[in-house]
Design a protein around this ligand. Structure first.
Ligand SMILES: NC(=O)c1ccc[n+]([C@@H]2O[C@H](COP(=O)([O-])OP(=O)(O)OC[C@H]3O[C@@H](n4cnc5c(N)ncnc54)[C@H](OP(=O)(O)O)[C@@H]3O)[C@@H](O)[C@H]2O)c1
Length: 282
């Protein structure tokens, strides 16, 4: 019997991974959900224990008896290296047999603003001596399909480079691949790039047009224009600057991480942009 623990089960990805483990035949009694507010995950079924990355005292009891842990990267920017390192330390102390971590695409060559938290977490995991699996998640396709109403209302997709390739994939596909990796001890020591079929922002506009019948064009803007638009929509200076830095990273091609790891782990082709847009419309 192997006990799997998944952090962040109040979030989108953690919840999906639990569902994928159950769908792959893992008994619910062998899956433990970890959440900083367990009451928010009461509908998950199965056990949910409190684990707050920022509260070391919560981590030791949460990880008791856990064999394989998925550490879903946290959402508190600037805090995450310390938080993730605390979880890795607690996993070592608890005798967890393997820790898997959701990192960022192309972590070795990605100069974007998120890498300075993901890369040190990867390094801490490698240095821990624990058997590990690193799952470098590319952009979620939902980052784009979730904006479909705005794209249609504005008639355009704005970006800094319409031709930059982005290996976006749906959260559901990533969750399926992550569950497969958790279940396969052969993935110990591996680093996977979970990238879907590459998209571009110009291609996004064209595919929205094809799928909806409403013309949406791609419009290139400068970083200054994007900053002004974000500020105009109410974002504070720091947040707007962060979003622009992310878009500059996308424009450089930091998220172009060609790999067949995602379909290989999934055992099927990844969901395409067109399929994801059709699902978002349905
Ligand atoms: N690849 C991408 O495009 C992309 C986009 C956004 C985020 N991400 C990263 O991928 C992760 C998972 O994505 P998602 O869509 O599932 O994000 P999400 O829905 O925001 O879920 C994040 C999860 O992390 C938990 N968390 C945050 N800080 C925590 C802490 N101190 N202790 C314990 N749990 C904590 C949250 O708990 P609460 O419910 O209590 O807040 C939540 O369950 C995100 O956290 C982020 O690091 C990736």
């Amino acid at each position: 019997m192997t006990t799997y623990a998944i952090t962040g089960v109040t979030g989108h990805l953690g919840r999906l991974v639990v569902g994928e483990l159950l769908a792959r035949g893992v008994p619910a009694t062998d899956v433990v959900g970890l959440a900083r507010s367990p009451e928010m995950a009461a509908d998950l079924g199965g056990a949910v224990r409190r684990a707050d990355y920022a509260d070391a005292a919560s981590l030791d009891p949460a990880l008791e008896g856990v064999d394989v842990l998925l550490l879903v990267s946290g959402s508190e920017l600037g805090q995450r290296v310390a938080q993730h390192t605390a979880v890795i330390k607690a996993a070592t102390a608890a005798g967890v047999r393997r820790v898997a971590y959701t990192s960022i695409a192309n972590a070795d060559g990605n100069a974007g603003p998120l890498t300075p938290e993901h890369k040190p977490t990867e390094e801490a995991l490698r240095a821990s001596g624990l058997p590990f699996t690193i799952l470098r998640d590319n952009w979620y396709l939902e980052n784009y399909t979730g904006q479909l109403p705005q794209y249609l209302a504005q008639g355009e997709v704005r970006g800094l480079n319409g031709d930059a390739r982005i290996g976006a994939a749906t959260r559901a596909d990533m969750a399926g691949a992550i569950a497969a990796a958790l279940l396969d001890d052969g993935t110990v020591g591996a680093t996977f790039e979970l990238s879907g079929p590459p998209i571009t922002l110009a291609g996004l506009a064209a595919t929205i047009t094809a799928v909806t019948g409403t013309t949406v064009v791609y419009r290139n803007v400068t970083a200054e224009e994007l900053t002004a638009a974000l500020r105009g929509s109410g974002l504070d200076e720091g947040t707007a600057g962060f979003v622009v830095a992310l878009e500059e990273s996308v424009a450089r091609g930091d998220l172009d991480a060609p790999s067949d790891d995602l379909p290989r782990l999934l055992g099927r082709p990844a969901t395409t942009l067109e399929q994801a847009l059709r699902a978002a419309l349905a």
